[in-house]
Design a binder for this molecule. Structure first.
Ligand SMILES: [Zn+2]
Length: 640
């Protein structure tokens, strides 16, 4: 058959082909076969006669303004193929996933704690790999094999002024979304009640807190998924001890939504008012009702998948969440958005072919939404990949001793799927094969060839031109405070230019007496503002603000004087980094700061350590005040 004939056939194709053509990203898309012509010479071909120019056209150098990373959890080539066969036919195309023009393969192995390869990874290690660029052990959430936290794409993008979003159909504490927002040794450390699972990571053990608590603290502009049950738990320690995590999020400025109407009503998602949307207690219900694989099941009459009556409304589908996220994040700053279709993996574990196929189709619709935006925007990179491969295999005959299912595809053919890595009732296993990674847009050529999962981190960092030196992003921070205040009056102390931090802690050192912990406040667009009530005792004191993540210190002297003017609402900035450590000072981690009050700063490391101790030992009266970003402190009988 001549190429002209092939092109003519392609032009007549309908259905999935038309959808693919509407995206029009890949030359092969116009040549996908239909069931009617696959038996003819060239009829099943997907490629054009010469894709050279189209491929060259699809290669664009970075940078990119926006990046959308879509993850199919457990979506190996077998899961992609079975979903395509079922819904669009063997010669058809998944209109989202198959439309990305640049594809490669990546290795996904994790590590043992001793640093040896673990050939079959879990979602925690694999997510950590692309979120941080560091391979780690199974169960680890964005810590390395030694347990050291690694900065994540969401944290880095946010520090660089990008907007950030994290979307999943799983509990938002599940490993894949958690890797962008938390650092824990064990992925099951979901909430304050996960006492055993959290261990040393719990707040009351001096750790960074559970995944749910860290999600609040990381403060992505937008977090959408399941998992509300953990947010109903109550903090056991720290500044919000005794308060539910939902209340804590609201106190910290979040827009907390729990249904489609609430999500639909949102018009903004930013650092001042980030969005926390959780729509189910646990994972989202799947698109299709489960099919049950049995020993000998592929010999039964093939079945069609049926809708799951428990599925959420379409305005909470993964496509809808992706579209809403893009609407809320798109703007001058640019954004990084991670979207996960979670239950491909979970249904594969359960040997549920229909369940996993429906979730691939759901993800594919989200990919279509991302590509539609990226194509119109022209400055967005889209990457579609998975975290690890999984069990399901498309087989030719019914395996005698393992679980299998027969499905009736759109072509009227029977597709047998086998699950051979666990017995009936057990959890099917992940597998260790390399995975497809596909890209579109500026910088996406970096997915081509054989790469590693950690390459995704660097591809995205480079495309967005992110500065990974987060401490450095706070090093030029400044502090502003009034030079004099009247006793007993409120005044404002502000740290500015501390984008590398997510929280800033404060200590007030009075003229005499013990230093007083001011707690911490969230950094919003590089600014952290404390409201402090001056003590009634006169004299020279100081306020020290410390970047919780960077350790950068900023200090301002504040004289409590009778007859001092009531401070203006916005105090004038005082210069940072006065040499010698007296007066106002700014120092990076490792620089020495000194103080003259009862709290003698002998090194920058001492202050965070003291603060941590103060926070952990904080009293209820002080904590209530902090929640309102005020620091009306009663220490040693003197109101501050
Ligand atoms: Zn899994």
């Amino acid at each position: 058959m001549s190429s002209t004939t092939r092109r003519t056939r392609a032009a007549l194709a309908t259905g999935a082909m038309a959808l693919a053509a509407s995206v029009a990203l890949l030359p092969g898309a116009a040549f996908a076969a239909t069931p009617a012509d696959v038996a003819e010479n060239g009829g099943a071909a997907r490629s054009s006669d010469d894709s050279t120019q189209a491929l060259l056209d699809s290669v664009q150098a970075g940078p990119a303004k926006n990046v959308i990373l879509l993850i199919g959890d457990g979506m190996g080539d077998s899961e992609i193929t079975s979903a395509r066969n079922y819904q669009y036919g063997a010669g058809g195309e998944l209109p989202g996933i198959d439309a990305l023009p640049l594809t490669g393969q990546y290795t996904t192995y994790s590590l043992t704690k001793a640093g040896k390869p673990d050939y079959v990874p879990d979602s925690a290690a694999t997510g950590s790999a692309w979120a941080t660029g560091t391979k780690t052990y199974d169960n680890a959430v964005s810590v390395d094999i030694a347990g050291t936290p690694q900065d994540t794409l969401v944290e880095i993008a946010k520090a660089n002024g990008k907007k950030t979003g994290n979307v999943s159909t799983a509990e938002i504490q599940d490993a894949t979304p958690a890797v962008q927002a938390a650092h824990v040794a064990a992925r099951s450390c979901y909430g304050p009640d996960s006492v055993t699972q959290c261990g040393a990571d719990a707040l009351d053990q001096g750790g960074l807190g559970s995944i749910s608590e860290q999600i609040i603290g990381t403060r992505a502009d937008l977090t959408l998924g399941g998992g509300s049950a953990s947010f109903r738990q109550t903090a056991r320690a720290g500044q919000y001890q005794g308060e539910s995590l939902f209340d804590q999020a609201a106190d910290r400025g979040y827009q907390v939504v729990g249904d489609a109407a609430g999500l639909g009503a949102l018009t903004a998602a930013d650092q001042a008012s980030p969005v926390l949307g959780t729509f189910t207690d646990g994972n989202f219900p799947t698109r299709f009702a489960p099919s049950t694989a049995t020993v000998g099941g592929a010999d039964l009459a093939p079945q069609a998948c049926t809708p799951n009556p428990a599925r959420l409304s379409t305005d909470l589908s993964l496509r809808s969440l992706t579209e809403k996220s893009i609407d809320l994040l798109d703007g001058d700053q640019g954004f990084f958005l991670q979207v996960e279709g979670a239950s491909i993996d979970k249904r594969d574990h359960s040997a549920d072919a229909c369940g996993q196929i429906g979730e691939v189709l759901d993800l594919d619709e989200a990919v279509q939404a991302a590509l539609e935006f990226a194509k119109a925007d022209g400055n967005t990179m889209v990457i579609v990949t998975a975290d690890h491969a999984h069990t399901s295999q498309i087989v030719d005959s019914t395996p005698p001793a393992t679980l299998s299912t027969a499905l009736l595809t759109t072509e009227g053919s029977t597709m047998k799927i086998a699950y051979g890595t666990a017995a009936a009732g057990g959890s099917q296993q992940h597998t260790g094969t390399q995975l497809r990674v596909a890209g579109y847009g500026p910088g996406a050529a970096n997915v081509v060839g054989l790469i590693d999962q950690t390459d995704n981190f660097f591809t995205i960092v480079n495309a967005l031109e992110l500065d990974r030196d987060l401490d450095g992003l706070s090093r030029d921070g400044t502090i502003s405070a009034p030079a004099e205040v009247a006793p007993g009056t409120d005044f404002t102390v502000t740290a500015s230019g501390v984008e590398g931090d997510r929280q800033v802690s404060g200590v007030y050192t009075p003229a005499s007496g013990d230093p007083v912990d001011l707690g911490y406040v969230d950094v919003v667009d590089g600014v952290a503002t404390f409201t402090v009530t001056a003590p009634t005792a006169l004299g020279a004191g100081s306020v020290t603000l410390i970047g919780v993540q960077s350790g950068v210190e900023l200090r301002a002297d504040v004289l409590v004087a009778a007859g001092a003017p009531t401070p203006a609402p916005t105090a004038s900035p005082t210069p940072a980094a006065v040499p010698g450590g007296s007066g106002t000072g700014a120092g990076g981690a490792g620089t020495t700061a000194s103080g003259s009050g009862p709290l003698a700063f002998t090194g920058s490391d001492m202050v965070p350590a003291l603060l941590l101790a103060l926070m952990l030992a904080g009293t209820g009266a002080v904590l209530v005040a902090r929640r309102r970003r005020r620091s009306v402190l009663d220490h040693s009988g003197a109101q501050l």
